[in-house]
Design a protein around this ligand. Structure first.
Ligand code: MG
Length: 453
């Protein structure tokens, strides 16, 4: 019997077009999606990647051959497609590789409530794919392609309905915004314009080569935006990742606000006593302090936005998110949403009259230092030796290894989408967080080299 490789990772199917994602493969996945999911129509959209048209066409060819029609929403942020799915109660497919390098692309399936498809539903698609058990229809029953051009406008109106737009408009914020050539190139400027902001737009030309900056919104990758804000004259800097489900911010002074800090800040601004908040074990203890102070219950999960979303639904959580700038606001939808996060941040500034630097200085903050280590061998080969190395220590195995030390903790876990190990050093002091992360990076490197011999 041939082994059935899992196709869907933590964020859909990822790969390189014409290598992993061939037109034949994408068309078969489209057929499996059309066969598996219920309803007569499926919403589709894509980010700005160059292979997006080709992959989408192949997937759509497969879907329509099963008799289902697709509503093509064009280029838009993943959360805008999710919003459309939730609003209309239909399934969706997004062609995106989020923050991955430009040579990648991916296929992500969205449930009819706007959340990421459950693992059981993904498995059903995988089984149909491997069995080639596709539904086929006669020539007169093929699905059609229906373009819909107002999904972004609907999405922005949905966001604006949840904040005090009048107050934000009267504040007249000056915003520097960096789309990184990604899917938010028109949507977030539209949001900011609707909120009366003056906008200086950076990298808002859709360019799937991502030549201006890598699409992962880290401080290092956002040096252009940082320099722009530092030059003065702005109230805030905002940037997204490639498919704009995440947002990160710069203070009016051009200081990078870590995603972990903006998460804690937005949680603090929204929760009341008795509320439930969900975050993975990778977020710092800053959010724990915020929840303790407000009398809210904090639940920690494995790493992965879909896992946080599902937990939020089952616990009826008010807000949740990740330390990488992913904010999930339940009044809006149960998925990460970069534009919603940006709107909530502006709302907080307008409501309090405080500048970003003042807002973050009010937090009892911890530091996270993140390092990625390239895996030269399979993680499984390194894992058992690492386990021996740390045996006897205080370890939480919710996801990877979260190891508690006297003055902080470290999280060591393999990525679900790339051959890397992520290491998060955590402490009250930034220098100590870095030291912890580097120490464990050295351990992983040593174990990899040992195995290589
Ligand atoms: Mg993303």
């Amino acid at each position: 019997m041939t082994v059935r490789k899992r196709l869907f990772g933590t964020n859909g199917i990822r790969g390189i077009p014409n290598e992993d994602l061939t037109t034949e493969f994408c068309s078969s996945i489209g057929k499996a999606i059309g066969t598996s999911l219920s309803g007569s129509t499926i919403a589709v959209g894509r980010d700005t990647r160059i292979s997006g048209d080709s992959i989408l066409s192949s997937v759509v060819g497969g879907i329509t051959s099963t008799g289902k029609s697709v509503i093509d929403l064009g280029v838009l942020p993943t959360p805008a497609l999710q919003y459309y799915c939730k609003k209309h109660g239909i399934y969706g497919v997004m062609i995106t590789a989020s923050h991955n390098p430009p040579q990648f692309n991916g296929i992500k399936c969205i449930d009819s409530d706007g959340t990421e498809l459950s693992r059981e539903d993904e498995e059903r698609i995988e089984n149909i794919f491997y069995d080639q058990d596709f539904k086929t229809v006669a020539w007169y029953a093929f699905g059609r392609v229906i373009p819909y051009i107002s999904a972004i406008r609907d999405y922005i109106e949905g966001i604006i309905s949840l904040i005090d737009a009048e107050k934000i408009r009267s504040a007249g914020f000056r915003v520097a915004f960096d789309a990184g050539n990604g899917a938010s190139y028109s949507s977030t400027p539209l949001l900011l314009e609707s909120l009366g902001c003056s906008i200086t737009a950076l990298n808002c030309n859709p360019d799937g080569r991502f030549t201006s900056r890598p699409s992962e919104p880290t401080e290092r990758n956002l040096s252009q935006l940082k320099a722009l804000v530092k030059a003065g004259g702005f109230d805030i800097g905002i940037a997204h990742d490639g498919d704009a489900d995440r947002a990160v911010f710069f203070t009016e002074e051009g200081e990078f606000i870590d995603g972990d800090i903006s998460l804690s800040l937005l949680v603090d601004s929204i929760i009341k006593s008795g509320d439930v908040v969900v975050t993975p074990i990778s977020s710092s203890d800053t959010i724990s302090r915020v929840c303790e102070k407000k009398g809210a219950k904090l639940i920690r999960t494995r790493v992965g936005a879909p896992i946080v979303s599902r937990e939020m639904i089952s616990r009826r959580a008010r807000i949740g998110g990740e330390e990488n700038g992913g904010i999930i606001f339940s009044d809006h939808q149960y998925c990460r949403d970069g534009a919603m996060a940006a709107a909530l941040f502006l709302n907080l500034m307008a409501k309090t009259g405080k500048r970003p630097s003042e807002l973050i200085s009010s937090l009892d903050a911890y530091h996270l230092h993140r390092i990625t280590v390239q895996l030269t061998r399979k993680w499984e080969d390194v894992e058992s030796r690492f386990q021996e190395e740390v045996s006897g220590m205080d370890i939480d195995r919710t996801d990877g290894f979260k190891i508690f030390l006297n003055d902080g903790w470290v999280l060591v876990r393999p990525s679900g989408t790339e051959p890397i190990v992520r290491i998060y050093g955590h402490s009250k002091k930034a220098s100590r967080a870095r030291e912890i992360a580097e120490k464990f990076r050295d351990i992983i490197d040593r174990l990899q080299n040992h195995n290589a011999r």
